[in-house]
Design a protein around this ligand. Sequence first.
Ligand code: GUN
Length: 171
Amino acid sequence: MPCTLAELNACDGPRFMAVCGPLYEHSPWVAERACAGRPFASREALHAALIAAVAEASPAEQLGLIRAHPDLVGRLSREGRLTAASTAEQAAAGLDTLTPDEAEAFDRYNRAYRDRFGFPFVICARENRKEAILTAFPVRLTHTVEQERAAALDEIGRIGWLRLLDAVREP
Ligand code: GUN
């Protein structure tokens, strides 16, 4: 349920968490830590606090956040077990209408990426159509694990920003 920034600055903790908890996939701790920074002067300031909470988290917590993301076109998606936000994001990229060849390519890349890095491939699906995602996979597979951890956290920040724009109105 969308709310205004003013409401979010004045509400109780449970209401803040109801709006901001889902901005980071299965990781409400990000919003919990950012909550201490209220009041926020803008949605950008709220987003900066969320980004800072992730940046200040331990490497294990950051890895847990990355691992909380579902594979694009993965098992959870096939079984209809994605969060509502993830389902919409994957559909926005056109991932719900893949050819058999494209679906096979996603399977192969997802497996290769997890084998190499030990976490799922994260790219902001709402900013990338399926063709761009299939182009990005082989490039990112050449990176180091440090580069990909940083890339995943950057993409998660973008995913969170777009979710925040949907969830919080300004003023
Ligand atoms: N996994 C890879 N990309 C995405 C994305 O944009 N959203 C979600 N929820 N999971 C992902």
